[in-house]
Design a protein around this ligand. Structure first.
Ligand SMILES: Cc1cc2nc3c(=O)[nH]c(=O)nc-3n(C[C@H](O)[C@H](O)[C@H](O)COP(=O)(O)OP(=O)(O)OC[C@H]3O[C@@H](n4cnc5c(N)ncnc54)[C@H](O)[C@@H]3O)c2cc1C
Length: 455
């Protein structure tokens, strides 16, 4: 695709690596690469005025660090650990042990996380551009990505880079470059969208003494005004505050601006229906109010790029092993969708025996492309596999792997497909990544800050 009109475009100096999108995946990718390549060689492009994407705009809990079940294992490590360490040092995380669902969650203060992403990218010398939207990609005849065009308030800019990482969540870079992908909703119902919200002034002592979560879910079932009869509301790291994942907006193509606009409005409408319900029907919430809505409605999936390997449901449920693994995942397939009666449900399918499956390096490379990776929620997976492997423990690990791989490619001037896997895995292990299922059962009561956190 190329611009059909001719605006003034200012050329920026060429960089070794440009990362599009600064969510959990993009931040880890840029950080990992910049630490190996040195300052000023990696650019991180983000449309919002803060880093973190969904991790800071929508959510407050990392899942995927621990396997679910009675004997949890910690299966994520390295840069994601360092992100948590920094928040733990400020007293801004708590573990929420859970043997069900995606396992124990690492709950954090998302405002603190914005600062942590700033600090880490600054320390590594990443060039960050905020308020900058990717609008075009320019490719050579062989498909090689040459440059992109960025729209900002100070005009249009062209950035050239030797290598690229698409961490935009929606695969905007691959879409603009014309690389093949499939879209959620084309083959199966797309996962629903959620406007999360945070409430302050909750009397959690009273809530617990009146029956806590069980009571809340009972009351939700009886409340016909609610868009759905389920939903999670959990304590935040700040006293008297809760965060919810309850709203559901279905049948939205989040790459369609008109549909997305409607979804934003509907999500906020539903949030206030929940506020009224909580205040009127749930003991402990009498004086509570919404103090924060998601910056934008949370989008679970849109485009899924076709990579050198596509992760499948079978990979997940057979605990598949791959020689070129770059991360592990033990999270179940968690599919938020409409049921046959038109209501909402979440379908779960677990990796058997509390095991993990390997995520191959090849799922991070758009098929046949010579200088690009794709990480995070637009990586190469089917709908079901994506529904398992999209937790932020895994999206951060994908960023870590692609960031290190890109540094190897810059140094050796090779294509992503030519990266020596043993070298990549060795670098990942040195970073602290987990590539083998640990034998030790994890202590999920408390986070242990690594002594080497500022390595
Ligand atoms: C409602 C909801 C609840 C969830 N619950 C959990 C949970 O509790 N725990 C968990 O671990 N996971 C959860 N997930 C999944 C997880 O949050 C996501 O899969 C993950 O955050 C995706 O990270 P990402 O970096 O791939 O994408 P994102 O976080 O979406 O980041 C993409 C970034 O790219 C930027 N961008 C996009 N397009 C452009 C462009 N054209 N130009 C410039 N910048 C661009 C965006 O602004 C954004 O910052 C949830 C997801 C949703 C939606």
């Amino acid at each position: 695709m190329s611009l059909r009109w001719a605006p003034d475009v200012t050329e920026l100096p060429k960089v070794d690596l440009a990362v599009i999108g600064a969510g959990s995946a993009g931040c880890c990718a840029a950080y990992a690469a910049a630490r190996l390549l040195g300052p000023g060689r990696v650019m991180l492009i983000e449309r919002y005025g803060f880093l973190g994407g969904t991790s800071t705009a929508v959510l407050d809990t990392f899942y995927g660090f621990y396997t679910p079940g009675k004997e949890p294992k910690k299966v994520v490590g390295g840069i994601p650990d360092r992100v948590v360490d920094r928040m733990a040092r400020e007293g801004e995380i708590m573990l929420r042990p859970n043997s069900y669902g995606a396992g124990t969650g690492v709950t954090y203060n998302p405002e603190r996380l914005k600062r942590v992403w700033d600090e880490m990218t600054q320390e590594a010398g990443v060039q960050v551009l905020h308020h900058t939207l990717l609008v075009d990609a320019e490719t050579d005849p062989d498909g090689r990505l040459r440059s992109v065009v960025l729209a900002t308030k100070s005009g249009f800019y062209r950035v050239r880079a030797a290598y690229w990482i698409d961490a935009s969540g929606d695969a905007d870079l691959c879409h603009l470059a014309g690389y093949p992908y499939e879209k959620a909703g084309d083959l199966e119902p797309a996962q629903t969208l959620t406007t999360t919200f945070r409430m302050a002034n909750v009397d959690l002592g009273r809530f617990e003494s009146e029956g806590g979560k069980t009571m809340m879910l009972e009351r939700m079932k009886d409340a016909s005004e609610l868009p759905r009869s389920k939903g999670s509301a959990h304590p935040m790291t700040i006293e008297g505050c809760i965060a919810t994942v309850a709203v559901r907006v279905a049948d939205v193509d989040a790459t369609d601006v008109f549909a997305l606009t409607e979804a934003e409005r509907e999500g906020r409408r539903q949030a206030y229906v929940y506020e009224q319900f909580f205040r009127g029907r749930v003991p402990g919430y009498e004086n509570a109010r919404i103090v924060g809505l998601a910056v934008g409605i949370g989008v679970r999936e849109t485009r899924r790029v076709h990579g050198e390997h596509r992760l499948t449901r079978h990979d997940c449920l057979s605990a598949a092993n791959y020689e070129d693994r770059v991360l592990l995942c033990g999270a179940p397939i968690e599919d938020h969708r409409k049921n046959h009666a038109g209501g909402e449900e979440t379908a779960w399918a677990y990796v058997p025996g509390g095991a993990t499956y390997d995520v191959p390096y090849r799922t991070l490379i758009p098929k046949g492309q010579p200088n690009t990776w794709v990480v995070g929620r637009c990586f190469s997976a089917t709908h079901d596999a994506h529904a398992s492997c999209r937790s932020m423990g895994q999206t951060m690990s994908m960023g870590q792997a692609a960031g290190i791989a890109s540094a190897i490619c810059v140094q050796k001037e090779i294509a992503p497909q030519q990266v020596p896997i043993d070298r990549l895995q060795e670098a990942l292990r040195q970073e602290g990544a987990v590539l083998e299922m640990p034998e030790m059962i994890a202590d999920t009561r408390v986070w242990k800050v690594s002594q080497e956190m500022n390595r």
